[in-house]
Design a protein around this ligand. Structure first.
Ligand code: ATP
Ligand code: MG
Length: 395
């Protein structure tokens, strides 16, 4: 590995014959020798290349070897390059090189001893290669450490998601079984009561009037059961990305009208009232079955959490969107809870009114987004809520 590391050596001397002599001494296969005949030329090479060693003639016209060395020590890129000064014996030594403490420095004296030159250069080149190999290894270790850290982070994230999924499943199971129990218990109790009456021969419990009442009650419980099951199925479809919508041309105002009509009796029974305003045609592309589900959920919520006060539905075109607003004058939703109510199983604490699974808004938002639309909520605690469905206007 060491041999493969490229080593560049710079020789600087103002006399061409000296450069030639030095080059022939230190030239070898495993290194590249660069030469410069002045300090200026040397500096430009130093900035361009990474050198393992610089051999500087001390005595040069213009900037001498020591001055060049001082400049090198003052520059980040060149400050750690080892330097060998070449000087005539007995002369030049009165020059003081002040930067030597910050890097390796050695001396060669003229006339040059070939053996000394070769062994010194070989030693510095070898040192350079070792240092280079070490820093490459350090880089590799650091990269491996970073990779490990990233993997660990991913692992932690996955673990967190897994824990959340398990927690979610537990919440789902407990809420779902509790919510399914309510209508089921009603049905079971009714059936037991009827069996008892039959066993007692009390046929007066089965007059046409009473039978009609029973059937209506049964129907309500069964509808509520099947709605809960549908919602759970929708959630599982959303989770597996299989909630499909089949949009066809339709009119949101017309659809809102039929949803309001079908729920009007429920509003009246609860002592409330729902008003519809449609400002002209509202053409959209929609899966009517799914958008009806969204409108029904918003209206049921307005009935449940609307405090018995009137609810209004308004459909109109705003810019390039069709907007259906369901506005109530009930409890309202605090700003802090406004994002949370769109999450699965999220119900705002303190709403003592009969509640569902907390899935309606989650499913509704997914359905509307599958239509390239969005749901907006504007509400203040105690001042009612306004949920709006926005779907792209069909041109
Ligand atoms: N119009 C509203 N006014 C006040 N709070 C609301 C209103 N609509 C929804 N919420 C709050 O948001 C929560 C989530 O609503 P969402 O429709 O998702 O669930 P849910 O109605 O409780 O149950 P589900 O729709 O599954 O039967 C509700 O439990 C309620 O706390
Ligand atoms: Mg709901």
């Amino acid at each position: 590995m060491l041999r493969k590391i490229e080593a560049k050596v710079l020789i600087v001397d103002d006399l061409p014959e000296n450069l030639l002599a030095l080059r022939s001494l230190i030239q070898s296969e495993d290194r590249t020798v660069f030469q410069a005949s002045s300090a200026d030329e040397a500096l430009s090479l130093l900035l361009e290349h990474e050198f393992a060693l610089a051999i500087l003639d001390v005595k040069m016209p213009g900037m001498n070897g020591f001055e060049l060395a001082e400049l090198m020590r003052g520059t980040e890129k060149t400050k750690h390059i080892p330097i060998i000064f070449v000087s005539a014996v007995g002369r030049d030594m009165d020059y003081a090189f002040r930067g030597y403490e910050s890097g390796a420095v050695d001396f060669l004296h003229k006339p040059l001893s070939p053996f000394e030159v070769r062994s010194k250069v070989a030693m510095f080149v070898e040192l350079y290669r070792h240092r280079k190999a070490l820093s490459m290894q350090l880089e590799m270790v650091e990269a491996a450490r970073r990779e490990q850290e990233a993997l660990l982070g991913e692992l932690r994230e996955t673990q967190g998601e897994l824990q959340k999924a398990v927690q979610m499943r537990d919440v789902f199971m407990s809420i779902a079984s509790h919510e399914l129990r309510t209508p089921l218990n009603g049905l079971i109790l009714d059936v037991q009561l009827r069996r008892l009456r039959l066993e007692q021969g009390r046929m007066d419990a089965f007059t046409p009037d009473k039978l009609q009442e029973m059937v209506a009650r049964d129907e309500r419980q069964i509808r509520s059961l099947s709605r809960l099951i549908d919602d759970m199925l929708d959630v599982s479809r959303i989770r597996t990305g299989k909630l499909s919508v089949r949009p066809e041309p339709g009119d949101l105002g017309v659809l809102a009208g039929s949803v309001v009509e079908s729920l009007a009796a429920q509003f009246t029974n609860a002592g409330s009232h729902v008003e519809l305003y449609v400002d002209g045609p509202a053409p959209v592309m929609m899966d009517e079955f799914r958008i009806e589900q969204v409108l029904a959920n918003l209206l049921t919520n307005a009935l449940r959490y609307g405090g018995g006060k009137p609810v209004s539905v308004r459909v109109r075109v705003v810019d390039d969107m069709v907007r259906a607003e369901v506005r109530d004058q009930g409890l309202g939703i605090s700003e802090a809870d406004q994002r949370r109510v769109f999450e699965q199983f999220e119900r705002v604490c303190g709403t003592s009114v009969a509640q569902g699974l907390g899935l309606g808004l989650f499913i509704s938002e997914q359905i509307v987004e599958a239509h390239d639309g969005r749901i907006e909520l504007s509400s203040r605690l105690g001042e009612g809520s306004c949920f709006s469905i926005l779907l792209p206007l069909r041109s």
